[in-house]
Design a protein around this ligand. Structure first.
Ligand code: B16
Ligand code: MG
Length: 219
């Protein structure tokens, strides 16, 4: 029986990818590093420190771990400032409606994001009220594709993984949820999340009705 839902944040509830892109781009420009949207796509669902390693490697740069942490902090300051412009108009289409319906139907709901800034993002969206548990980059040390963040959410919801459906837009996110024994809904193209139990191009299509229709024996 499905009793709970666990949602990734960026790419599922809202699209912070553009703000992450602008902040990494500013840092890269200041460093004289190459960085474009293709590289940014590789950072989807990836933790901040793993992200800066990907950018450093892309540039064949030699930088100490201490300096990388300093640079990641600089990027984060730019990113966090840019979150001030977010508001409830920035839900991905369909996300707010789904969260509202899950509350009405009495499902338990957790966040399972790699971001250490999820509290601020949810607050800007006025979405905090939709979540019983906030699992994010501050909750666990091993990031996706390790299942830890979703296992943390399920445990806090007092549910088993096979009682939860995870919504994810990243390949590593679907891998993480499957490694933990969760049912999965992939948001995005086949080549990215085609390994999910069910896939939708956008959140708008990933309604409770559509998900119930797919997992009909579990409701
Ligand atoms: P922060 P998600 C991820 O969010 C983003 O997709 C990824 O680009 C970002 O690096 C990561 O959060 C960490 O974010 O720097 O705010 O801690 O998709 O896991 O919600
Ligand atoms: Mg994501």
């Amino acid at each position: 029986m499905i009793k709970g839902f666990i949602f990734d944040l960026d790419g599922v509830i809202t699209d912070t990818a553009e703000l992450h892109y602008l902040a990494w781009k500013k840092l890269s420009d200041d460093m004289g590093w190459a960085f474009d949207r293709e590289v940014n796509e590789k950072l989807r669902g990836v933790s901040r420190m793993d992200s800066i390693h990907i950018i450093k490697d892309h540039n064949n740069a030699q930088v100490s771990e201490a300096k990388l942490m300093e640079l990641a902090t600089l990027k984060n300051n730019i990113y966090v400032d840019s979150l001030d412009q977010m508001s409830p108009k920035d839900y991905l289409s369909g996300a707010q409606e789904l969260l509202t319906l899950l509350r009405q139907e009495g499902f338990k709901v957790a966040l399972g994001s790699a971001s250490k800034n999820s509290t601020k993002v949810l607050s800007q969206l006025e979405a905090t009220k939709f979540f019983d548990v906030i699992g994010d980059g501050n909750s666990v040390s091993k990031s996706k594709p390790a299942p830890d963040i979703f296992l943390y959410g399920a445990k806090k919801l007092d549910l088993q993984p096979n009682e939860c459906i995870v919504y994810e837009d990243a390949e590593a996110g679907i891998d993480a949820a499957q490694a933990g024994g969760f049912y999965t809904v992939g948001i995005g193209p086949e080549e990215r999340v085609g390994h999910a139990d069910v896939r939708f191009d956008t959140m708008k299509e990933a309604t409770l009705f559509a998900v119930k229709a797919h997992f009909k024996d579990l409701f």
